[in-house]
Design a protein around this ligand. Structure first.
Ligand SMILES: Cc1cc2nc3c(=O)[nH]c(=O)nc-3n(C[C@H](O)[C@H](O)[C@H](O)COP(=O)(O)OP(=O)(O)OC[C@H]3O[C@@H](n4cnc5c(N)ncnc54)[C@H](O)[C@@H]3O)c2cc1C
Ligand SMILES: *[C@@H]1O[C@H](CO)[C@@H](O)[C@H](O)[C@H]1NC(C)=O
Ligand SMILES: *[C@@H]1O[C@H](CO)[C@@H](O)[C@H](O)[C@H]1NC(C)=O
Ligand SMILES: *[C@@H]1O[C@H](CO)[C@@H](O)[C@H](O)[C@H]1NC(C)=O
Ligand SMILES: *[C@@H]1O[C@H](CO)[C@@H](O)[C@H](O)[C@H]1NC(C)=O
Length: 513
């Protein structure tokens, strides 16, 4: 009997795939024949640090969402990634405590009397949703219905004390609508849900965030994945290898049981594959369109296809703008309160020169005080439109927005060049991150994580196809640390499997199927 090493392939060199590879390599003392196949020409996936107009920027993951207990923070501190003497970086100075809130038309909104109370209302509502103290509105289980009911109740309470204001009450309420909609726009970019009517309120209470500061990484987020990759033996990661088809055990006893086909017509036979591609790529694979996503033969079982189909996966993009100003003052951190009545009145919408795709952008701000690089976030349909425009059209739209909001700053201020992400159209992602839609539940995230084939009764599942990635984590989905945990989880699943000597022998005999 010749003892052959079990062959494990990881598909995708994002943080989930690299974490799984790192863990398997560190824990198994070369027990496995391990390869990571990545379709792109670089590692990192949705973690991508870049340069623009002399500044370091993040095209994808930007924040460590709470530092206390975060494994990403642990890597960053261990490898000294949080300090940088020679360079400046995105949000190195955190968020300003007193951003300038401007309403469409160009007047500044009083922060203490107007902007702050609406922000507090919104925060209280979302905190209640997170702690499970929220009840959904009427029969509508969405976050939007819940938030809107909260605003109506707030305004009803205020109107009673404001009746003396007459028509001013209506103007005040219109402004509150604008400010509240601005906060809802941040929720769109945080969750990637195009329409908050599609975001499941009761799932919010299961979502977990780490306590402590939210910070960015001085040396760039990409350094996190580079550290994970650097511990792997040379040659472990194969770039430019796009998986197109997974043939897995249909019970014919093939050995090893899984055959992976790549777009360059090559194929490899493996004992186990850990699939870490985005939920968007998995959705494309179960869709009808040929050549998109990854196909499975036999097809994925119903429970898996249904979870993939139900969960939400939206688009979030970042637009960076190089600004040239004659003014000596730094460009302000501006929050944009768009008029909401224009949304309903199509005729007025035409009168506004500001294009529709920018009307759900919550802020335009320098990436740190004094930077000449400005940033705006986009989500949903607006993000997809942004991806399709050429640079000139984008610049034109941004100029119209500045005209409408900052008429006085506009003199001598122009956008010279832009750079934006295209996560929605990139065939290797087809979106940005996942959310629990009203059609789904957090249980679907657990179904995403289940390996295949499913064991029957007491039978130990044979672990052919395993799933990791952001969209497989029940409480930390949509984040880098959620993806990291999922990589650990699937590596440990395989380690447990081989820790059992009986399984080891089976593998040695290579009769897994
Ligand atoms: C704009 C944006 C902002 C974000 N901001 C934050 C943030 O501030 N904080 C935070 O924690 N998270 C943030 N995220 C989310 C975070 O980036 C992701 O959750 C995380 O990086 C996902 O890692 P992953 O390994 O699961 O997937 P991915 O990074 O998508 O890795 C999967 C890999 O599979 C590859 N692949 C795809 N198809 C194939 C194929 N057919 N064959 C071979 N390889 C393939 C891809 O190229 C990719 O490298 C943000 C994401 C975006 C897009
Ligand atoms: C309120 O607005 C309406 C319509 O613009 C106007 O006719 C009315 O006189 C206004 N009332 C007050 C109290 O200003
Ligand atoms: C959001 O979804 C709701 C319910 O499906 C719909 O009525 C509404 O028009 C949608 N909003 C937008 C901006 O698409
Ligand atoms: C929303 O999520 C919860 C918890 O995950 C789930 O029980 C419920 O079925 C989901 N759907 C709706 C419409 O509430
Ligand atoms: C392997 O088994 C040993 C002994 O049962 C146990 O202590 C160890 O934690 C296991 N390792 C893994 C990765 O499961």
């Amino acid at each position: 009997m010749v003892a052959t090493k079990a062959k494990i392939v990881i598909v995708g060199a994002g943080i989930a795939g690299l974490t799984a590879a790192h863990r398997l390599h560190a824990a198994s003392h070369n027990l496995f024949d391990l390869t990571v196949f990545e379709a792109d020409d670089h590692i990192g996936g949705r973690i991508l640090t870049a340069d623009f107009a002399g500044d370091r920027i993040e095209m994808g993951a930007t924040w460590i969402h709470g530092i206390e207990g975060s494994p990403v923070y642990a890597i960053a501190t261990e490898h000294n990634l949080l300090e940088e003497s020679s360079c400046i970086w995105e949000r190195m100075d955190g968020f300003p405590s007193d951003p300038l809130t401007v309403a469409e038309g160009g007047f500044t909104v009083n922060h203490d009397n107007l902007a702050r109370p609406i922000l507090s209302l919104y925060r209280r509502l979302m905190d209640d949703a997170r702690t499970g103290d929220a009840t959904s509105a009427d029969r509508d289980p969405s976050v939007r219905a819940y938030l809107r009911r909260g605003l109506r109740q707030y305004q009803a309470a205020c109107t009673i004390s404001n009746t003396a204001l007459g028509n001013d009450t209506l103007r005040l309420q219109a402004l509150e609508e604008s400010l509240f909609a601005m906060e809802e726009c941040t929720e769109r970019t945080c969750t990637s849900a195009d329409n908050l009517s599609d975001l499941n309120l009761s799932a919010e209470s299961e979502y977990r965030e780490f306590p402590g500061d939210h910070i960015t990484i001085a040396k760039g987020y990409s350094r996190i994945v580079e550290h994970l990759a650097s511990a792997l033996p040379p040659g472990t990661i194969r770039l430019g290898k796009k998986l197109s088809l997974v043939e897995w055990c249909s019970g014919d006893g093939a050995s090893p049981p899984v055959r992976l086909h790549f777009s360059d017509d090559s194929a490899v036979d493996v004992d186990h594959v850990i699939v870490t591609v985005s939920l968007g790529v998995l959705k494309a694979g179960i869709g009808k369109e040929d050549g998109k996503g990854i196909k499975f033969d036999p097809a994925l079982p119903d429970f898996k296809r249904e979870a993939i189909g139900r969960l939400g996966f939206g688009v979030v993009d970042k637009l960076f703008m190089e600004v040239e100003t004659e003014s000596r003052e730094a460009f302000p951190f501006v929050r944009l309160a768009f008029r909401q009545d224009l949304e309903e009145k199509a005729s007025m919408r035409h009168a506004s020169k500001i294009p529709w795709w920018i009307r759900k952008t919550e802020s335009i701000c320098p990436i740190y005080r004094e930077s000449h690089v400005l940033l705006a976030w986009f989500a949903g349909k607006e993000a997809m439109c942004l991806e399709s425009l050429d640079d000139k059209e984008i610049i034109c739209g941004v100029h119209a927005t500045l005209d409408g909001f900052l008429p006085s700053n506009r003199a001598g201020c122009r956008i010279a060049s832009v750079k934006r992400s295209r996560w929605g159209t990139d065939p290797l992602f087809l979106g940005s991150y996942s959310y629990v839609s009203v059609a789904s539940s957090v249980d679907d995230l657990d179904l995403m994580a289940e390996p295949l084939p499913r064991g029957k009764g007491d039978e130990v599942p044979r672990l052919q196809i395993l799933f990791a990635g952001e969209a497989t984590h029940r409480t930390h989905y949509s984040t880098t640390h959620g993806a990291y945990y999922s990589g650990i989880r699937e590596a440990d699943r395989l380690l447990r499997f081989y820790n059992d000597s009986e399984q080891l022998e089976i593998s040695v005999d290579a009769i897994l199927c």
